[in-house]
Design a protein around this ligand. Structure first.
Ligand code: ZN
Ligand code: ZN
Length: 343
C-alpha cells in the first residue's frame, strides 16, 4: 500500500475509501464520507487535559505509607501503561499516513496527541513520588520484565508487521490490536489505581488515570468504527479466516491479561483476582460487541467487579470530576450555537 498523497487536486475532497481510496487532501467537515465522525472528533477534543493540572501533593506524602507490594505494583503498572501509550502515539500517526480520508487523518492526529499526553503523565506522576533511579527502573520494566514482555509480544509483532508491510490486512490486524489496547490491556492497570482510590489512597494518580480512561474509551469507540468501516469497504477481507483470527487474538489476549494480573496484583488488598478475571472477560465482550462480533464469555456480559462501576462506568459524557480535584479548566462551553455541531 502507498502512503496517501498529501495534496492531490485531481481527487475529490470527499474520500472514496479510508485506505487505498482517493481524496484531494482538503478537509471539509461538511462533506466527509462518514458524517458522524465529525461528532467523534469534537468529543475527543472536548477531553483535552494535561498532566500538570493534577495536584500530586497528597500522593507524594502517601506513597511511603503504601505496602511494599502496593508500591511495587504501582511502579510495575506505570511501566506497563507506558509500554502501551508510547507505541500508540506512533501507531495513530502511522495509520493516518496511510489513510486516504482527511477526516480520519485529523481524528488520528488528536488521538496521537492524547497518547503523547498519557505518556508524559506517567513521567509526571513518577517524578512526583519516587527518585530518578526508581523512575528509570519503572520505565525499564517494559524492556526487561519477562511476564510483561510475553504479554506485549503479540501487539509488538502486529504493530511492527504493519510498519514493515503496510497492507490492508495488516492494517485490520493493527486495528484489532488497537481495540484490544484501548479496550482491554489498560484496564487491569486502571483497576489497580481505582482500588487504591476507594481506600482513599493516591487519589491524584487515580484522577489522572480516570482522564486517561475517558480518552481510551473514546479511542476504543472510534477505532472500532474504523475497523468495521475498513472491513466493509474491503469485502474480500471480511471472511471467516479474518473473523476467526480476531476471536483467537481476543482469547489469547484475555489469557495473557489474566496471567499478568495474577503476577502483578496477587497481594493487593481489596482486589479479588477471581473478580478481576471476570472483569477482563467482560471488557473483551464489550470490545467484541463494539467491533460487530459476538461475545465469547456469555457468563460475563455484565461487569462482575461491582465496586469499579462507580469509577470506570460513569466516565462517558461527563465533565465533572468524580474525585475531589479542582474543576477542569479546558472545557469550553460553546457560547454561540452556530449549528456547526448539527452537521
Ligand atoms: Zn493512551
Ligand atoms: Zn488510546
Amino acid at each position: 500500500m502507498q502512503k496517501a498523497k498529501t495534496l492531490d487536486p485531481r481527487n475529490p475532497n470527499k474520500s472514496t475509501g479510508i485506505f487505498n481510496g482517493r481524496s484531494s487532501g482538503i478537509l471539509n467537515w461538511n462533506d466527509i464520507a462518514y458524517p458522524h465522525w465529525h461528532k467523534m472528533y469534537k468529543r475527543l477534543l472536548g477531553n483535552y487535559w494535561q498532566a500538570d493540572e493534577i495536584n500530586m501533593s497528597n500522593d507524594i506524602k502517601q506513597f511511603a505509607s503504601l505496602s511494599t507490594s502496593e508500591q511495587d505494583a504501582y511502579l510495575k503498572i506505570i511501566g506497563l501503561l507506558a509500554t502501551l501509550d508510547a507505541p500508540q502515539t506512533r501507531t495513530a500517526l502511522l495509520l493516518s499516513l496511510y489513510a486516504t480520508d482527511s477526516s480520519v487523518q485529523s481524528i488520528m492526529a488528536v488521538i496521537a496527541q492524547q497518547e503523547a499526553v498519557h505518556n508524559e503523565s506517567y513521567s509526571y506522576v513518577l517524578s512526583s513520588i519516587v527518585s530518578l533511579d526508581q523512575q528509570n527502573k519503572a520505565f525499564e520494566f517494559g524492556r526487561t520484565d519477562k511476564i510483561l514482555l510475553k504479554r506485549n509480544q503479540n501487539i509488538a509483532k502486529y504493530y511492527n508487521d504493519f510498519v514493515e508491510n503496510p497492507t490492508t490486512e495488516n492494517i485490520l490486524k493493527t486495528l484489532t490490536y488497537t481495540t484490544l489496547l484501548e479496550g482491554l490491556f489498560f484496564y487491569s492497570g486502571f483497576a489497580y489505581f481505582y482500588n487504591l482510590a476507594r481506600y482513599n489512597k493516591m487519589v491524584g494518580t487515580s484522577t489522572m488515570i480516570s482522564y486517561i480512561n475517558r480518552d481510551e474509551l473514546e479511542h476504543g469507540r472510534f477505532i472500532s468504527e474504523l475497523f468495521r468501516a475498513t472491513l466493509s469497504e474491503n469485502p474480500e477481507l471480511n471472511n471467516e479466516e479474518m473473523i476467526e483470527w480476531v476471536y483467537e487474538q481476543y482469547k489469547e489476549s484475555v489469557e495473557l491479561e489474566i496471567e499478568w494480573s495474577q503476577y502483578v496484583l496477587a497481594d493487593i488488598e481489596g482486589i479479588n483476582l477471581e473478580e478481576m478475571h471476570g472483569y477482563i472477560k467482560y471488557r473483551a465482550n464489550k470490545m467484541l460487541r463494539l467491533i460487530g462480533l459476538n461475545e465469547i464469555y456469555p457468563e460475563y456480559v455484565d461487569n462482575p467487579m461491582k465496586w469499579i462501576r462507580a469509577y470506570a462506568d460513569n466516565i462517558d459524557g461527563t465533565k465533572t470530576d468524580f474525585f475531589e480535584q479542582k474543576s477542569r479548566q479546558y472545557v469550553k462551553v460553546n457560547a454561540i450555537d452556530n449549528g456547526f455541531d448539527d452537521l
